[in-house]
Design a protein around this ligand. Structure first.
Ligand code: FUB
Ligand code: ZN
Length: 664
């Protein structure tokens, strides 16, 4: 039976939430204008480079040339290509975010800029449909010759995603035509047919984009191409490894000198992979495409593989913040339970990819539990990736920061203690923008007879159910009083259901219809609320939502004997601004009473701060300054203030700590 569950149309969703609503309004008002300035070279990146720090790559760029590269490729300007080979995707993701703003009616002056960018991209397309500014300007004879590093298919994927979003937002086919021409060219180069290249992307992305293109065009060839790219991975001889060996004169990334099959998930065919390996963003983008294809093609084997991979990530390789990628070197997964807190990667893009994977798994299985993880990633790592003002970004999202040791030219240089203005590898900022601009897609989904509420983000949805206009008003105050109110207005009496995810942080949940308690059936983690009459009905979900201390599985060596503080889906942390220096000497009791205090002034949302008693361990040995001495300690009692991790580093910069030592 066809599974018609799909995310609701963001055009009909208005975000009113005090936390997310603030970011959504800022996207068009300030975030995208700021990012547009960055893409046009108006933000200095010389002090804030993540990529150089990470990969030892030294570039001379002081500003991004992203838009200029398109101008040069279009013949509007003379010059050389500058910046990362995949820099085109900064513009594509920016455009995708702008398209979502147009779709939700918040674009304002951005619409004109988006249209201009569409024209520019179209002008940069080559007569045969090819579109990539790096290869067009700098290396035209090397097209498709370096799939491992060249990112051509990755860039094509983001172009397609932007085109689909822009088409949905405006109805204009201009960019969609550009994307289709490029996808069709790719289809003449790659494929199972004799004479075509049997390669596949070194960075997955185009696979999920081709599924989006298929959904808009209903052209099977796009779905087939996505399947082809996935089915070639893991075959022997390994295409990417062989390519690396035979193209030694054309290296783009010095750090790939020991390129391994796991890095780009080519060690096994995707359906045989049982653990998340290699580069975290590549992995979750590929798993998202696998979940899409499992749904489109009703592929049970693919679905099982996705479930296994999801299970591996979320039960063994994910941080409490929904961050993934434990290794700073090469931004990758390592082994089960290896979750170091200060030198990990936890790239913002990787958590976005995890959200994408979780959303698709939910659409595939209708199981609400996938949204627990989507929520964890969104409410913690993804929000932490952007400043409250929207103009500074984290690429790496640590759970513990001691600013002094985040020193360049050391193994810590990838960890930045403060958000940065921009990066020469600027994948995260526009990725966060497109995610927040379309956050409605993570709140509601629908099939013919049900509206699913997946996140308690206050908002309004207009849709149609069984031929009837329906409006949902979702008012969520669970962080203040444990309540979520869902008012359903429907024009006539055709029965349908509203399915409400009951997250695990809501303890002892009780449902009321108007003022009467009801006992809805729980199916796949959703409370099934029947709407059987026209007019207005209000369902209230009341529960106990309390801050709580959490311990990690004792296989997580980094967290043994430590506690983290959570309140609802939000992880809390200690900051130097409230608690002073050397947070490493803080101890808390696992029964510590936790009190709610006022939210942080001027920061988004009404998330309370939390207060708890703790102790600082002080060495009181006679030779006070000695590096090592006979042990003698005292404990100093004191009160600690914890703030939501998603808002950390929006005040005076300093130390930060999620996992606190436990008093035992
Ligand atoms: O390689 C393209 C993007 O740059 C990746 O997704 C990020 O991890 C960053 O390395
Ligand atoms: Zn990124």
């Amino acid at each position: 039976m066809a599974n018609k569950l799909h995310p609701s149309n963001i055009q009909h969703i208005e975000i009113t939430d005090s936390l997310f609503g603030r970011y959504v309004s800022m996207i068009a008002e300030s975030i995208l204008p700021y990012q547009w300035g960055a893409l046009n070279g108006r933000v200095d990146i010389s002090d804030s480079d993540q990529w150089e720090a990470l990969n030892g790559r030294v570039t001379n760029e002081r500003v991004s040339s992203c838009i200029d590269n398109f101008r040069i490729a279009a013949g509007e300007k003379k010059g050389a290509h500058s910046g990362a080979v995949f820099q085109d995707t900064d513009a594509y993701k920016w455009l995708e975010a702008a398209a979502y703003c147009i779709q939700i009616g918040k674009a304002g002056a951005l619409k004109e800029q988006a249209d201009e960018l569409v024209d520019l991209i179209a002008s940069a397309q080559q007569p045969d449909g090819y579109l990539n500014t790096y290869f067009t300007i700098a290396n035209p004879e090397k097209r498709w010759k370096n799939l491992a590093e060249g990112h051509e298919l990755y860039c094509a994927g983001h172009l397609i995603e932007a085109a689909v979003a822009y088409y949905h937002a405006t109805g204009s086919e201009k960019l969609l035509t550009v994307a289709k021409r490029f996808a069709d060219l790719i289809g003449t180069v790659f494929g199972p047919e004799e004479g075509k290249c049997k390669g596949y992307p070194g960075h997955q992305e185009i696979e999920l984009a081709l599924v989006k293109l298929y959904r808009v065009t209903r052209e099977n060839r796009y779905l087939d191409l996505a399947r082809f790219f996935l089915s070639e991975r893991g075959k022997e001889p390994n295409y990417l490894i062989r390519e690396m060996e035979t193209t030694k004169d054309f290296r783009l990334f010095p750090e790939f000198s020991h390129y391994d099959a796991e890095y780009a998930q080519t060690h096994l065919p995707p359906i045989e992979q049982t653990s998340a390996e290699g580069h975290a963003v590549r992995a979750v983008y590929m798993f998202s495409a696998m979940a899409d294809l499992a749904k489109e093609c009703d592929d049970e084997q693919m679905k099982q593989a996705c479930k296994t991979l999801w299970e591996n990530i979320t039960t063994k390789r994910m941080y409490i913040t929904g961050g993934i990628g434990s290794s700073g070197l090469l931004e990758r997964f390592t082994v089960d339970y290896d979750l170091p807190n200060d030198r990990m990667y936890c790239e913002s893009c990787a958590s976005i990819g995890l959200m994408m994977f979780g959303q698709r798994m939910n659409l595939l299985t209708r199981d609400a539990s996938y949204y627990e993880v989507v929520e964890r990633a969104l409410c913690n790592t993804v929000l932490a990736g952007i400043s409250a003002k929207g103009d500074r970004y984290f690429y790496v999202n640590p759970l513990e920061v001691w600013p002094d040791n985040c020193k360049s030219s050391t193994s810590m240089s990838h960890v930045k203690p403060v958000r940065q203005e921009w990066f020469s590898c600027a994948c995260c900022p526009p990725n966060i923008a497109r995610t927040l601009a379309s956050v409605g897609q993570y709140i509601y989904s629908e099939d013919e007879k049900s509206i699913y509420i997946n996140q308690f983000i206050s908002s309004k949805l207009h849709t149609a159910m069984v031929g009837t206009d329906v409006t949902i008003h979702l008012n969520s105050s669970y962080m203040q009083d444990g309540c979520v109110r869902i008012t359903v207005e429907s024009a006539c009496a055709h029965p349908f259901t509203v399915r409400v995810r009951v997250p695990s942080f809501l303890k002892k949940p009780v449902f009321l219809l108007d003022d009467t308690e009801i006992s809805p059936v729980i199916e796949n983690g959703y409370a099934v609320l029947a709407v059987s009459r026209a007019g207005e009905q209000t369902f209230t979900l009341r529960a106990l939502v309390e801050p709580e201390l959490v311990a990690a599985n004792d296989q997580v060596r980094s967290d043994i004997g430590k506690l983290a503080l959570m309140f609802g889906p939000f992880v809390y942390c200690l900051e130097e601004a409230d608690n002073g220096k050397n947070l490493a000497n803080v101890f808390v009791g696992y029964n510590a009473a936790i009190q709610r205090r006022d939210s942080l002034a001027k920061l988004p949302g009404d998330l309370p701060t939390l207060c708890l008693d703790g102790e600082r361990l002080v060495r009181t040995t006679e030779q006070a300054g000695a590096l090592y001495a006979k042990p003698k300690f005292e404990k100093a009692k004191g009160s600690l203030t914890a703030v939501p991790y998603c808002l950390w580093c929006n005040r005076d910069p300093g130390e930060m700590l999620v996992w606190m030592k436990a008093q035992l």
